[in-house]
Ligand binder design. Structure first.
Ligand code: ASP
Ligand code: MG
Length: 466
């Protein structure tokens, strides 16, 4: 059994869904479970409808929703069997009618509660999965639509609900085992779940990758395939460095660091369930299925490469707290971090000296309250528009002189908060956002000018026409 997850661009229209069907067809002997995201841009579109409704702009919200409905119905018409089409269209229409009612409720109260937000945004995956399941049947494959909500139980922290694994795992196992019977190809939703009381929840933006991994782990899958619109994990963002190469194999530990520190390919939590069960994960391009992609495995074979990839997290805010009271005091940091906990703000990176602490934040929604509370600890300064650059590679652990190589390649860039993580496989530091791209280019030149062919695949260079 394998799990195949397809992201928004891989289900964006009839052409993409036909490609998906032909990709899944090649894997039928491995008993695939198909997990889909919403059709490209649908989640944002639905949430925009909710915002418009809350702002009282009901007409604009309706028009926007009608556009989303029309696109889904048109795609269904292009894909479904004639004998199934009426039923499918009426199913889709029923869901859009319910969505209209929810938007009406949002308009009346003028507020999008997290629960209503989920009731709206969860429809993206429900709709796309219905269309994809029908497309399988039209191509002679037994697509079985599975509503994942009763199987994927979460808590009631709407918009970022936490999966309750003790309940969810056995239910996912039983539900999908039944759907796989007699050659069925289950088609289900990423991103969504439900509370014990049956209210629809979502597990956080971009969460479909995580759902796929949870389902794969619950069923002890042989492999989890993440189908997206890039060739795999790259040595760095190709929009910054055109020569960025594909990383062919990478370890769980390395890939987790990259996902966490800004590589956009995978949702940061994706690898946890897979790692726990040692299920290999691969990242593939649904537009170029002939390309092998990136394999994420427990132990990547010994590589010559010092650095596997460079990730960057931009738009960060750095908070510095300076206080003499920190000197020789115990419990200072513990008290300081309770403030972040109180304001539900995660900290990405921390650096301390005897009298100061610096912390980076991604989420500044509660910054004001946070800063007010931090004043009691000492002098507080804030630096906005910062970027975290992170170099990842298992060999960073063993190689002396790496820091010298890293920082001498970017001598003209002002660096702060250097951290060689506890796992020792990453080196991260902060630079001003404005110079992040320049630093990444220089670092890429330093570490990837020659590529170990066992680990990397250089981008195809356009052949000159003879
Ligand atoms: N559709 C959801 C989102 O856009 C989940 C996902 O695509 O992974 O965030
Ligand atoms: Mg995604």
């Amino acid at each position: 059994m394998i799990v195949m997850k397809f992201g928004g661009t891989s289900v964006e229209d009839a052409t993409a869904i036909r490609r998906l069907v032909s990709i899944v067809r090649t894997q039928l002997p491995r008993q695939p479970i198909v997990v889909v995201s919403a059709m490209g841009k649908t989640t944002n579109g639905l949430l925009e409808c909710a915002r418009l409704a809350a702002a009282g702009e009901m007409l604009t919200a309706q028009t926007k929703l009608d556009g989303i409905a029309a696109h889904h119905c048109k795609t269904a018409e292009q894909l479904a069997l004639p004998g199934e089409l009426n039923e499918l269209i009426s199913d889709l229409q029923k869901r859009f009618a319910a969505l209209r009612a929810t938007l009406g409720e949002i308009q009346r109260t003028g507020a999008i509660t997290p629960q209503l937000s989920d009731a709206v945004s969860a429809n993206g995956e429900l709709l796309s999965s219905l269309v994809v399941a029908a497309a399988f049947r039209a191509h002679g494959i037994k697509g079985v639509w599975v509503d994942v909500r009763p199987l994927m139980q979460t808590n009631d922290d709407f918009t970022r609900a936490v999966v309750q694994f003790e309940t969810a795992n056995p239910q996912l196992h039983a539900g999908f085992t039944a759907a796989l019977a007699d050659g069925g190809v289950p088609v289900t939703q990423g991103f969504i779940g439900s509370t014990a009381e049956g209210a629809t929840t979502t597990i956080g933006r971009g969460g479909s990758d995580f759902s796929a991994s949870i389902i794969g782990a619950a069923l002890d899958a042989d492999e989890i395939q993440i189908w997206t619109d890039v060739d795999g994990i790259m040595t760095t963002d190709p929009r910054i460095v055109a020569e960025a190469a594909k990383v062919k194999v990478i370890s769980f530990a390395e890939a987790s660091e990259l996902a966490y520190f800004g590589a956009k390919v995978l949702h940061p939590s994706t690898l946890l369930p897979a790692m726990a069960k040692e299920i290999p994960v691969c990242v593939r391009n649904s537009r170029r299925p002939e390309v092998e992609g990136t394999a994420i495995v427990r132990h990547a074979a010994q590589s010559q490469a010092l650095v596997k990839a460079i990730a960057c997290k931009r738009g960060l805010t750095v908070i510095n707290v300076t206080s003499d009271r920190m000197l020789m005091a115990h419990g200072f940091l513990a008290r300081l971090f309770t403030v972040f906990d109180k304001h539900e703000t995660p900290v990405d990176m921390v650096a301390t000296s005897e009298v100061s602490v610096s912390m980076t934040l991604d989420d500044t929604r509660h910054l004001e309250g946070l800063l007010a509370d931090l004043q009691s600890f000492g002098e507080v300064t804030v630096e906005r528009d910062q970027a975290l650059i992170c170099l990842v590679g298992e060999n960073l652990k063993y190689t002396p002189g790496v820091a010298a190589r890293i920082f001498s390649s970017i001598v003209d860039v002002n660096v702060s908060m250097i951290s060689h993580g506890a796992s020792a496989i990453n080196v991260s530091f902060i630079v001003a956002d404005g110079v992040a791209e320049k630093a990444i280019k220089a670092l890429h030149r330093e570490f990837f000018s020659t590529l170990d062919a066992a680990t990397f695949e250089a981008p195809a260079v356009a052949q000159a026409v003879a």
